[in-house]
Design a protein around this ligand. Structure first.
Ligand code: ZN
Length: 188
């Protein structure tokens, strides 16, 4: 197992749709192990394979809800259905999200309240999870990664301008930037 460098926005792998997994082999199992370790070290509540430079349709997630119940898993070749997001202005306190590929930044984004995830686990078993609230947000965020979409791409005014400015200021937005959890420390 190893902690992997996390690609930062601007790297083409983050902005390109990922490919389906053909076979769950030793390489895929090792990748998922490393993704879990990287997510925990970051720390984050979700991580998609393109974020570690692998253009495959895989994400891992791990999040404890307000009752302390742990929701975690791996989603291989996932499909996602969502309820229509309620129109309106997202709340800074309750709807701000971040991304390990735009480290240290958070911006509010309206998401669907509910989502249905269908995917395969590492045994190739199909499963589904009906999610609400923050878990539904995690699924939408990670699923977007597999389609080459970052949450920054979805932000409305004025947050779209603010995130673009933050990215420019950090010297990101071009290929070749990454950070290594546990080694590089982020400035908040
Ligand atoms: Zn992300």
């Amino acid at each position: 197992m190893a902690v992997l460098p996390i690609r930062i926005t601007g790297d083409p792998v983050l902005h390109t749709p990922a490919l389906p997994v053909d076979a769950i082999d030793d390489d895929v199992r090792a990748l998922v192990d490393d993704m879990r370790e990287t997510m925990l070290e970051a720390p984050g509540v979700g991580l998609a394979a393109p974020q570690v430079g692998v253009p495959l349709r895989i994400f891992v997630y791990g999040w404890a809800d307000e009752d302390g119940v742990e929701h975690s898993g791996v989603a291989i070749n996932p499909q996602l259905w969502i309820t229509p997001p309620v129109p309106g202005t997202p709340d800074e306190d309750t709807e701000s999200e971040g991304c390990l590929s735009i480290p240290g930044e958070r911006f509010p984004l309206r998401r669907a309240e509910s989502a249905l995830l269908r995917a395969m686990d590492l045994d190739g078993t199909h499963y589904e999870v009906e999610a609400h609230g923050w878990l539904a947000r995690i699924f939408q965020h990670e699923f977007d990664h597999l389609n080459g979409t970052l949450y920054a791409d979805r932000l409305g005014a004025p947050h779209d301008k603010h995130v673009a400015k933050a990215i420019r200021k950090q010297g990101w937005g071009e290929p070749g930037s990454s950070w290594l959890p546990g080694v590089d420390h982020l400035e908040d």
